[in-house]
Design a protein around this ligand. Structure first.
Ligand code: MG
Ligand code: MG
Length: 242
């Protein structure tokens, strides 16, 4: 998973580097992701998963998660969430990042900053002896203190030989509740944070989830290993930017 996570991080870096306002479409980004993952000797975890038609979920502006890549070029001021998984040597890793397209508003930038920070605050709680609820509560408390909504309909998850495993890792909840964290567990922590209401709707395609009020949403995710010495982020690269 450590090796697969490096492939994922390198792919995230390459795909995000291809974003050009007014030119790049989600479909083009999906194609870059698929080629990079396959070219690394791995497989895209999402392609065909429960019938999903692409290698990456690409979620623009009010789309929370599970956006299906289309041909509409990204525009200056958009925010775009890239979410994909890598299957390598029998194990999955899964990560998401939300990027600015060109120059974005101060409000949009603040949403990205808060969501990313909530991920790292959650990861800091992923240590032996804590419980899942300690992660959940920490994320929720921080996000809500900044005036945003935490999505309830989707949660983080265990990961390993399967893309989604037990336990569920909600981004909301009470401390000292849920499963106790043990050394060797691997899980995805993935806050989905809305500018306004936490409520979401699903498009008629059965995948695309949007904010109910049409305001922005951001999503950051890492695959994390819980080790005796503390959490290790598996889906980052050597430069530490992802
Ligand atoms: Mg995930
Ligand atoms: Mg994901």
């Amino acid at each position: 998973m450590r090796e697969g996570g490096k492939i994922l991080a390198a792919t995230m870096r390459e795909v995000s580097g291809a974003i050009v306002p007014g030119k790049t479409s989600p479909k083009m980004l999906d194609e870059i992701a698929r080629k990079k993952i396959q070219g690394s000797g791995a497989e895209p975890s999402f392609l065909g998963y429960k019938g999903f038609p692409a290698s990456a979920c690409i979620s623009v502006n009010d789309v929370v998660v599970h956006g299906i890549p289309d041909d509409t070029p990204l525009q200056e001021g958009d925010i775009v969430g890239l979410d994909f998984g890598v299957y390598y040597k029998g194990f999955h890793t899964d990560s998401a990042w939300t990027f600015p397209v060109g120059k974005i508003s101060a409000n949009a930038q603040r949403l990205l900053n808060v969501t990313r920070e909530s991920l790292y605050q959650g990861i800091a709680q992923a240590k032996v002896g804590n419980m899942v609820g300690d992660i959940s509560h920490t994320v929720q408390k921080y996000v809500e203190s900044m005036g945003y909504g935490v999505v309830r309909d989707l949660v983080g998850h265990g990961i390993g030989k399967r893309l989604h495993e037990e336990p569920s890792v909600p981004n909301f909840g009470k401390p000292k509740r849920g499963e106790r964290l043990r050394a060797g567990m691997t899980m995805c922590i993935e806050p989905m944070v809305n500018e306004g209401t936490w409520r979401v709707t699903t498009d008629s395609d059965g995948w695309t989830m949007r904010t109910e009020d049409g305001k922005l949403s951001a999503h950051f995710e890492h695959t994390v290993a819980i080790l005796p010495e503390g959490p290790e982020i598996l889906t980052t690269d050597d430069e530490g930017l992802l």
